[in-house]
Design a protein around this ligand. Structure first.
Ligand code: COA
Length: 172
């Protein structure tokens, strides 16, 4: 399994033993949709290569979850990314995303897709930075509009599509 240690952070792909801590980080993040703990176990078991966690002093302080579908194997769909408040503003989210991209690009991933609400400035800055480091385009389009969600209080989730990129296009 790929592992990487930078500064005091340790990056690796998750195992099912991480599912509960990822679920707790989602709750602590405050702005992320909360899902069942089962779902995180499933992601850790079946999509570990498309997910990553960051540890500091043996404690999980950041995660990214995502998946690749068999219909669109050149796309990494990044589903949720979160960093504990105590570890924010140190480039951790960007490094988590690049850790997964480093694993997936050699397998033919050429695009990153995600959805981000209009109000999530930190997240938008994060994806703009990723596109910049990959020397590629970021394109936004309508995807999950408000009326598709049950109830009335879910913001629209437009699609951000970053790419194309490959290992040669990455800048440090
Ligand atoms: C979004 C989030 C993951 C960013 O984590 P982070 O480790 O602090 O982000 P980074 O340090 O890698 O910063 C990434 C970029 O965002 C910018 N940024 C970080 N926090 C910001 C904020 N509050 N407002 C505006 N920009 C911000 C950074 O300056 C950086 O930009 P740069 O690449 O141009 O330098 C974190 O704020 C978080 O967990 N938020 C709650 C969960 C969430 O909203 N997740 C995203 C939706 S899936």
């Amino acid at each position: 399994m790929n592992e990487k240690k930078t500064d005091d952070f340790h990056f690796r792909h998750p195992t099912i033993a991480d599912g509960a801590a990822i679920w707790q980080l989602v709750i602590d993040a405050g702005t992320l949709d909360q899902n069942s703990s089962y779902l995180y176990l499933l992601l850790c078991r079946n999509f570990a290569n498309s997910c990553a966690v960051a540890e500091r002093d043996g404690k999980l302080v950041g995660f990214v979850t995502g998946l690749r579908s068999t219909e669109r194997p050149d796309v990494w769909f990044l589903w949720q990314i979160g960093v504990a408040p105590s570890a924010r503003g140190q480039g951790l989210a960007g490094r988590l995303a690049h850790f997964v991209l480093d694993a997936l690009m050699p397998q033919g991933v050429r695009f990153l897709e995600t959805t981000v609400t209009a109000s999530n400035e930190a997240s938008r800055a994060l994806f703009a930075g990723i596109a910049r480091r990959l020397n590629t385009e970021l394109h936004e389009s309508e995807l999950f509009t408000t009326e598709l969600f049950p109830g009335t209080d879910h913001e629209a989730e437009p699609l951000l599509r970053i790419g194309p990129f490959d290992t040669a296009s990455v800048s440090e």
